[in-house]
Design a protein around this ligand. Sequence first.
Ligand code: CAA
Length: 259
Amino acid sequence: MAYELVEVRTEGGKVGIVTLNRPKQLNALNNQLMDELGAALRAFDADEAIGCMIVTGSEKAFAAGADIGAMATYTFADVYKGDYITRNWETIRSVRKPVIAAVSGFCLGGGCELAMMCDFIIAADNAKFGQPEIKLGIIPGAGGTQRLPRSVGKSKAMDMALTGRMIDATEAESCGLASRVVPLDKLMEETLGAALMICDYSQIAVMAAKESVNRSFETGLADGVMFERRMFHALFATTDQKEGMDAFVNKRKAQFKHQ
Ligand code: CAA
């Protein structure tokens, strides 16, 4: 696929990086951009050599939300019948390898929702997160009212969704939205470091960990714990489990074969 609104590259032959690239619109997310992002992530997911992906934007904006200009004249009939605006977004959730959001600048509305669809968020110290849809006479439409409270709790999620206020990177980290905050000029280095670390682990264990953590959002505790236990047991069928434990016992670095 030819990409116009995202840039796609790999690092070290094993990390797939997708950079949102609509700078004049602060990476406002339209259908084409989301189609391209979905296609790029799915292609990396299918590529044996790739172990982890990064989604990032520009210094000024990860993404300032869904494209308001494109939405402005839609009627209810348009959006409901055509399932417009966010219909292609959930495809990102079908990606099985880890996806890290490296966020600098504005991460608002659909941009914040996109970051939350990734597996974890590393924020630059200039990042600003928010769900300002209320100011436009709408509400978040790509999971903001669902993923945000699961991430930051009800009170903070209500505060953000009802007032539309932005929170800075420090607040985002302290409430659990971002996993870490780093200086802006270290954002890609730190995120790549995390991605390369993940690539060197057993890909099967990594995928199982992602699937198991995600299951916690979809199920009750007892079912979730049982799911985890079954996954845990299953990993004893892999050569990577033998390699990982043998390497520990023999005080050497594990060389996982992803089998
Ligand atoms: N859609 C389309 N264009 C956008 C945009 C968006 N979400 N956000 C910014 N832009 C455009 C601006 O229109 C502007 O274009 P022009 O230069 O052609 O006028 C350009 O990006 C730069 O923006 P500003 O001049 O406004 O830059 P700023 O630094 O003064 O302010 C900002 C930055 C605070 C992010 C401000 O642009 C802003 O508030 N943007 C809208 C944020 C928003 O409301 N997001 C939610 C969208 S709705 C949504 O996402 C629904 C959903 O849940 C899926």
